[in-house]
Design a protein around this ligand. Structure first.
Ligand SMILES: CC(C)(COP(=O)(O)OP(=O)(O)OC[C@H]1O[C@@H](n2cnc3c(N)ncnc32)[C@H](O)[C@@H]1OP(=O)(O)O)[C@@H](O)C(=O)NCCC(=O)NCCS
Length: 198
């Protein structure tokens, strides 16, 4: 008797996002905000639409900032992106980021894959510090970040109120590449004056 061939499940991989990924990204985002997880500021289910997401993707492209999806078996199972930490020029080597994994594929290593890809891409673009704001009750995200080299650098107690509870915002940070040990490679006085990220 011949045995049935074993078919390995498809592997997830990370790639730059495309405009046609936007509906899947939006569905992932909406699920999480409807269930009270995600970033503390994520609250309004209709606060983001397809055009907003497309615009955000385009804005990031010109700034050498990653906007990526995790794909598995032809489906988007998560997405992540980094944005400037603040617009003022002095902060132009710092980014903050967000990650969302599709609810039915959580805890399968996809969040870690996305976060590692973001860290690598931001470091390659000579960003030096990466910051995340995490709801204090979001144990999964806190652990994920800790395991990827982030440490808690601040906590804003009871700064938010959602789904009937006061919520802390935990600020996590890690350095990228050379961090603060060397000046940034691309800095010029002209950059400082024009404010590359403003
Ligand atoms: C937080 C989130 C991105 C994690 O992604 P994920 O794919 O589920 O995480 P991974 O499978 O890659 O797990 C990586 C590590 O995170 C931690 N982790 C993940 N899920 C966890 C859970 N439910 N409880 C505790 N720790 C958890 C573990 O340390 C895990 O490492 P391990 O598997 O070696 O134990 C995902 O759960 C998610 O999208 N949540 C909703 C949106 C959100 O909270 N985004 C982050 C906003 S700051």
């Amino acid at each position: 008797m011949t045995e049935a061939p074993v078919i390995a499940p498809p592997r997830a991989f990370v790639r730059p996002s495309r405009d046609d990924d936007v509906p899947a990204m939006l569905a992932i985002y909406r699920y999480h905000i409807a269930h009270g997880v995600g970033d503390l500021g994520d609250y309004e289910p209709d606060s983001l639409d397809v055009e907003d997401l497309k615009r955000r993707r385009k804005n990031m492209r010109g700034r050498r900032l990653p906007h990526v999806v995790a794909e598995r078996g032809g489906e988007v199972v998560g997405y992540a992106y980094a944005v400037p930490f603040r617009k003022r020029p002095a902060y132009r080597y710092a980014v903050k980021h967000s990650i969302y994994v599709r609810h039915d594929t959580q805890h399968e290593g996809i969040g870690r894959m996305l976060l590692v890809a973001l860290v690598d891409a931001c470091a390659a673009s000579d960003y030096r510090q990466m910051i995340g704001y995490i709801d204090g009750a979001n144990v999964a995200s806190l652990r994920l970040h800790e395991s990827c080299g982030f440490r808690e650098v601040g906590r804003l107690p009871a700064i938010g109120y959602k789904f009937g509870r006061w919520a802390d915002s935990v600020i996590v940070q890690r350095s990228l590449g050379l961090g603060a040990s060397a000046p940034p490679g691309q800095w010029t006085a002209a950059d400082g004056e024009s404010g590359a990220l403003s």
